[in-house]
Ligand binder design. Structure first.
Ligand SMILES: Nc1ncnc2c1ncn2[C@@H]1O[C@H](COP(=O)(O)OP(=O)(O)O)[C@@H](O)[C@H]1O
Ligand SMILES: [Mg+2]
Length: 230
C-alpha cells in the first residue's frame, strides 16, 4: 500500500542570507502492506508528523520516493496529488478538526458534497457510517455538544466517507482519556477487519502502538532496525 525509498527531508529555517538547514528525516525506507495496521512510534520531535505530511503530500521530500497503491505520488503535481488524496486517503487528527458550525451529520457529509454526490446517496452513506461508529443518536449535535470520544468518532466517519483504502492517523487518541482511547482503538481495529482499510498510526503511546500489527520506530529521523521500543 505504501512504499518509501531512501526518503530524506530537511527544513530550511531563517532569512535568505542566513539559512539554517534542519535535517529531520534521514534515509527512510519502509513499507506498509495492504490491510495492515502499522504504528509509527518515536519521541516527540523525532519526525513522525513530518513523515505523515510527506506521505500525504502536504510537504514534498528533499530526497527519495513514495508510492501509494502503486502510484509514485512523490512525482505528482500539486493538483494531481490533491485529487489522489481525496480518492485514496482518509485523515484522523489528534485535534479532530471538525467544523464547529456544522452538526456531526454535516461534518461527515461535507466531503460528499465537495465530491458532488447526490443527496440521497449522501444520506445513505452518512447514516450508515454514523451507525458504524456508534453515533446513530447524535446526528444533529454540534461538535461542542459532543464528548472528545464522540468528536473523534465523527472525524473517523468523515475520514471514511469517500471510501479510502488508506487512513493516516496522527496521534488519534492523544486528546482522549484512556477509556475513550480504548474505544477508538477498537473502532480502528473493527474498520480494518471489516473493511480491509490500511492504517498508518502515529503515536508516542505504547498502548496505541500495540493496536497495530507491526511497529516502526523512528529515532532522530531514522528508522530503527528491528522495531525497537520507544
Ligand atoms: N514546517 C516546519 N518547519 C521547520 N521545522 C519543522 C517543521 N515541521 C516540523 N519541524 C521540525 O522537525 C522536527 C520533527 O517534527 P515532527 O515531525 O513534528 O516530530 P514528531 O511528530 O515526531 O513530534 C522538529 O524538530 C520540528 O521542530
Ligand atoms: Mg507529531
Amino acid at each position: 500500500m505504501i512504499q518509501i525509498r531512501e526518503l530524506s527531508h530537511h527544513f530550511k529555517l531563517g532569512k535568505k542570507d542566513q539559512k539554517v538547514i534542519l535535517p529531520v528525516l534521514k534515509d527512510i525506507t519502509m513499507e506498509v502492506g495492504k490491510g495492515e495496521i502499522v504504528s509509527v512510534v518515536g519521541k516527540s520531535g523525532s519526525g513522525k508528523s513530518t513523515l505523515l505530511n510527506l506521505i500525504s503530500g502536504f510537504i514534498r521530500p528533499t530526497e527519495g520516493d513514495i508510492w501509494i497503491d502503486g502510484v509514485q505520488v512523490s512525482e505528482l503535481s500539486e493538483a494531481k496529488f490533491a485529487d489522489f488524496r481525496l480518492k485514496h486517503i482518509g485523515f484522523i487528527f489528534q485535534s479532530f478538526q471538525l467544523i464547529p458550525s456544522m452538526t456531526a451529520y454535516q461534518n461527515i457529509e461535507l466531503p460528499l458534497i465537495l465530491k458532488g454526490e447526490d443527496e440521497k446517496k449522501r444520506q445513505e452513506k452518512v447514516i450508515r457510517l454514523m451507525e458504524k461508529v456508534g453515533l446513530g443518536d447524535f446526528k444533529d449535535h454540534y461538535p461542542s455538544e459532543l464528548s472528545g470520544g464522540q468528536q473523534q468518532r465523527v472525524s473517523i466517519a468523515r475520514a471514511l466517507v469517500l471510501e479510502p483504502t488508506l487512513i493516516l492517523a496522527d496521534e488519534p487518541t492523544g486528546s482522549l482519556d484512556s477509556e475513550t482511547e480504548a474505544e477508538i482503538l477498537e473502532i480502528i481495529q473493527k474498520l480494518n477487519r471489516e473493511l480491509g482499510i490500511t492504517f498508518l498510526i502515529i503515536t508516542h503511546d505504547e498502548e496505541v502502538a500495540q493496536t497495530g500489527h507491526r511497529t516502526i520506530s523512528i529515532k532522530d529521523g531514522r528508522v530503527m532496525k528491528g522495531g525497537a521500543a520507544i
